[in-house]
Design a protein around this ligand. Structure first.
Ligand SMILES: C[S@@+](CC[C@H](N)C(=O)[O-])C[C@H]1O[C@@H](n2cnc3c(N)ncnc32)[C@H](O)[C@@H]1O
Length: 356
């Protein structure tokens, strides 16, 4: 997954870029249309011929094909796996809807490979950046804009200055489920990163933890925690700061939950890398899984990538499917952007490989 593509945390929207609409001659459009006809008829030879003649692999219309050979051909010719049609649907969604398992699985595997290669490229770029002079290297937090903003709490949500939802109460049942699956007994040592509305922390408290550490970076949220008396609750320890800056104050825990805002997969991955050194044997680590949360196929791809990457870090992941009602339109009233539109939730349960 690329930084900026998707977020595991709720993500403030990126600046809109102007999308360039390619201008094509009549002849080019004809070639593209013929290619779409051939693709939906499963005529791979003609697709290949038209591609050679210059048909644009990015051309889109409302035709859905679903023939494995043709899909393979188009992807290998550079058709972006995450391109959507005029209905905002991707090839993977059509394949799933139409029960074309071969196409769906091919796309899933291919996309994982493409995304992993991109990740490799990103890391190389970062390594190069490390060689730059010190003064150029100053790291700014990816969500510094958010951390500098004034937040406002309402009855059922926490919003930033642009009305992006930092946390919403419809997530309450999911937070309860996370706590239930993390807390296998009373008296555990637990840590939550990101307080928000305090929903997961309230849920964790029900399992009477021996110690309960909460990491929170935003001054307004921290002020709210003090107002609510969280600093006086028995066993509660608040680490005020970005999790990245308070790692040395962390101990080891039986249950760890992560749910920040305005950070990306890259940040979550960094946290996952830390987990094996702060998770006690037999413990459970989980995070809010909003990966690709507005498209079912992207979500499936990102879940698989996260699972594979965490395996390399020494964490075995199981996704527990939680059926949920999509939040109503009313729930999104006053919110700038819907960050989750799936009709089920894949709750990640991660354990140390040695425990499995
Ligand atoms: C989505 S909310 C958490 C919601 C929480 N799970 C609940 O049940 O209410 C995200 C929280 O993470 C905090 N946050 C964002 N970046 C952070 C960071 N790097 N370290 C610690 N907290 C962070 C935000 O200020 C916000 O309070």
């Amino acid at each position: 997954m690329n930084e900026g593509d998707n977020s595991a945390s709720k993500e403030a929207p990126a600046n809109k870029e102007e999308s360039a609409v390619p201008t094509r001659t009549e002849e080019e459009v004809n070639l593209c249309k013929q290619m779409m006809e051939a693709a939906s008829a499963g005529d791979n030879a003609t697709v290949e011929l038209l591609l050679k003649k210059g048909a644009d692999v990015h051309y889109r219309d409302d035709k859905a094909g679903g023939h494995l050979e043709v899909v393979q051909n188009l992807i290998l010719s550079g058709h972006p796996w995450n391109e959507v049609d005029n209905e905002a649907k991707s090839a993977g969604e059509y394949a799933e809807e139409n029960g074309q398992d071969d196409v769906y699985n091919f796309l899933l595997e291919e996309e994982e490979e493409i995304e992993e290669k991109k990740e490799g490229g990103e890391e190389e770029k970062e390594e190069e950046a490390v060689q730059e002079p010190r003064e150029k290297k100053k790291k700014v937090a990816p969500n510094q804009d958010y951390l500098d903003q004034k937040l406002h709490y309402s009855e059922d949500k926490l919003l930033d200055e642009e009305d992006n939802a930092v946390m919403m109460s419809w997530e309450g049942p999911l937070m309860e489920k996370h706590a239930e699956l993390m807390c296998t007994r009373e008296g555990m040592h637990v840590m939550n990163v990101g307080f928000g509305l305090g929903l997961v922390d309230e849920a964790l408290q029900k399992y009477k933890p021996a110690s309960h550490t909460i990491v929170e970076a935003h001054p307004d949220v921290y002020a709210r925690m003090l107002e609510l008396g969280w600093d006086k609750r028995p066993g509660v320890k608040i680490l005020f700061g970005r999790w990245q800056d308070v790692v040395l104050q962390m101990e080891t825990y039986d249950g760890i939950f992560f749910d920040t805002f305005g950070e990306f997969w890259k940040d979550l991955r960094q946290f996952c890398e830390l987990v094996p050194s702060i998770l006690n044997p037999g413990g459970v680590y989980s995070f809010f899984n909003g990966l690709g949360g507005s498209n079912p196929f992207f979500h499936a791809v990102y879940c698989r990538i996260a699972e594979m990457e965490m395996l390399q870090m020494g964490l075995e992941t199981t996704y527990i499917k939680v059926e949920m009602e999509e939040p109503t339109d009313k729930a999104w009233d006053g919110v700038a952007r819907k960050y989750f539109t799936l009709n089920h939730y894949n709750l990640p349960m991660c354990r140390l490989i040695d425990d499995v």
